[in-house]
Structure formats: structure tokens, C-alpha cells
Design a protein. Structure first.
Length: 350
């Protein structure tokens, strides 16, 4: 085992992928999840694999439901503590995306014990504990294996009142789309992995990735939120197409209104060819469902996000009420597009 100080470790050098960018492509995932023989539906299962939603939801029969999810990936940053926190915030997000509140987490750890010390892994777990403390939940256990590359994440359990449950389906024509975090994580982290990230730019991505989507529990209480999902490895386009499919609608996006971390910075890294491999895999999987886009637009809209924001559809006429409610919660949001009646393509960009 190499004898490095923890501060000298660069975790991204030990993995071939990074964060949610190492997700299996949507088209491949669809093949994996296909069932030759349909299973018997469970009477209490409200949300399962067939929904392509953020978490599973089981009706408890008392007006509430349990929300269950898991998410794990390879390092997206070099610092072990930060990696553990990002992976944990990302996993917890799936509960918030259903309008729920997390109550418990357990860890998933794969570690190359012949390459990286147990002390480094401890720093990863400490990052997870910090994220769980911020979410107000215990990190109550977990499971570990010896693996060729470092992997970390959580399995998270939450709960939600049935009347507050939000799904990725239900968006109606005329409703407006909002995103609670800006895009660009995949491009910035790819620049870091390539050694092209300029001083000060790492903080842009890390701040976003370590911020909990706690606002999701509040959004669950708002009756004019028609649909909600979090934007992660499939990019804004991927998760929006899933919302459109689940809602049997199309969407129209104003690219200039899409929130980005800093457009001029991202345009610089686009010119430097800091495009995650996941971006091209994403487009190859769902590009046929979207009006053709190229260049910088495609790079941003298909950029794999790690611990990204919540994409919400707000009932037509309630936009001002929503914007004001979000301002009180510390968010300054503007609509990035609208839901339309179903057309030939699922998403159109102008």
C-alpha cells in the first residue's frame, strides 16, 4: 500500500469515472431494467422501477409512505472528506425530490485497500457524517467491500405524507419549469480531472454539490407543484425528458434562461474541450427525443450533474406565488421554460 498523507491524496486519480457522470447511460439502463416476465404488482408500492422516478415509495396505510433510495459513485473531487459529503448529499437528495423528509442512512463503501489507506476511507465516512448531521439524520451503519476503485454512497430511508408526495409525472400544459441549482458541475469537474481547472473555480462546483436539497420537503407541501425530480447524471435534458414521458407532455426551453454557474467560465472550459464522457452518452441515449441541439447548448443541457438541483413544474398562474415563496427560503429563481401539449419531440430549445 502506498504511504501517502491524506492531504496529498488525489482521489480522482484512482477512478475511471467521476460522480454521477459514471452512471450507466439511460439507454443501457433501460435494457437492464426490462423484465421478460412482468412481476406481480405489490399493492402498497406507489412508485417503483416502472416510474423511472427518484426513489421507491411504499404506502404504509396510515396516510404516510416510506421513501427508499440508494446512490453511490466514484470520486468527483480529490479531497476524501469532500467526496464523502458530496456523495451523501447526492443520495439524500432523492428523498427530498419526492417531497419527503429523510430519517435514516446507511453507508455503501467500496475501497481499494491495496492502494488507499483505511485512514483515507475514514475521512470519506466523516464527510458523510457531516452531511447526515446537516440533514438531521443518523448514519446508522453500512457495508464495505474491497474494490478496485473507490466507491461511496448511501442508502437512505425517508417518509412523506401521501398528500405531499411529488413525482416526476403530473406536469400539465401551461405550467412553468424552474431549477433550484445552476448547471455546469460536470464540465468543471472534468476540467479538474484534466488538470485545466483554474484557481477559484473548484469552489463553484463544490458549493453546489455539498448543498442539501432540503427545500424539497417544503416544495412537497405546495399544491401547485405539479411534478418534481432532481437533476443528476442524465443532465437537465435527460431528467426533463423523463418528466415529459411520465406526464405525457412536451417542454419548451429558453436556453438563455437556463441557470448556469457562470456562463463565461463554462464557455471557456467548453473551448478547452472539458466535456464529460457522460455528456455524449446522454445525448446518444435520448437525443432522438429532443429537437436537435449542438455545441455549447448540448454541452450544458446534457452535462451530467452530481448532487444537482430540483426541477419543478409550477401550475400556470402560480409562478409569482412560487417565486415569492422561494425568495423567503433564500432562492432567487426564474422560469427556464414551459410545459406544452405533447408534440413530435419531447423537448424543444430556443
Amino acid at each position: 500500500m502506498e504511504n501517502f498523507e491524506v492531504k496529498d491524496i488525489k482521489l480522482t486519480q484512482y477512478s475511471h469515472g467521476a460522480g454521477c457522470g459514471c452512471k450507466i447511460a439511460p439507454a443501457v439502463l433501460n435494457t437492464i431494467l426490462q423484465q421478460a416476465i412482468p412481476g406481480e404488482p405489490h399493492p402498497g408500492l406507489l412508485v417503483g422501477n416502472d416510474k423511472r422516478d427518484d426513489a421507491a415509495v411504499l404506502d404504509l396505510g396510515d396516510g404516510t409512505a416510506v421513501v427508499s433510495t440508494t446512490d453511490f459513485f466514484m470520486p468527483i473531487v480529490d479531497d476524501p472528506h469532500t467526496f464523502g459529503k458530496i456523495a451523501s448529499v447526492n443520495a439524500i437528495s432523492d428523498v427530498y425530490a419526492m417531497g419527503g423528509t429523510p430519517i435514516l442512512a446507511i453507508a455503501i463503501l467500496g475501497w481499494p485497500i491495496d492502494k488507499l489507506s483505511a485512514e483515507v476511507a475514514n475521512h470519506v465516512v466523516e464527510g458523510a457524517r457531516e452531511a447526515c448531521r446537516e440533514a438531521g439524520i443518523p448514519l446508522a451503519g453500512g457495508h464495505s467491500i474491497d474494490a478496485p476503485e473507490p466507491i461511496f454512497g448511501l442508502a437512505v430511508t425517508g417518509r412523506v405524507a401521501l398528500e405531499h408526495l411529488k413525482q416526476n409525472g403530473g406536469a400539465q400544459p401551461g405550467s412553468s419549469l424552474f431549477l433550484t441549482k445552476p448547471l455546469g458541475v460536470g464540465m468543471l469537474t472534468t476540467a479538474q480531472k484534466k488538470g485545466k481547472l483554474q484557481d477559484g473555480h473548484e469552489a463553484l462546483a463544490v458549493k453546489s454539490m455539498t448543498t442539501l436539497n432540503k427545500i424539497g420537503a417544503f416544495l412537497g407541501t405546495l399544491p401547485y407543484i405539479e411534478a418534481m425530480t432532481d437533476v443528476t447524471g442524465f443532465g437537465l435534458m435527460g431528467h426533463l425528458t423523463e418528466m415529459c414521458e411520465a406526464s405525457e407532455v412536451s417542454a419548451e426551453i429558453n436556453f438563455d434562461a437556463v441557470p448556469m454557474m457562470d456562463r463565461s467560465i463554462l464557455e471557456h472550459y467548453f473551448e478547452e474541450k472539458c466535456i464529460p464522457g457522460g455528456t455524449n452518452r446522454n445525448w446518444a441515449s435520448y437525443g432522438h427525443k429532443v429537437e436537435p441541439i449542438e455545441g455549447f447548448q448540448r454541452a450544458i443541457l446534457c452535462d451530467p450533474q452530481t448532487s444537482g438541483g430540483l426541477l419543478v413544474a409550477v401550475t400556470a398562474g402560480k409562478e409569482d406565488v412560487f417565486i415569492e415563496a422561494m425568495k423567503k427560503e433564500g432562492f432567487d429563481l426564474a422560469a427556464l421554460g414551459k410545459i406544452a401539449a405533447k408534440k413530435e419531440k419531447l423537448v424543444y430549445v430556443n
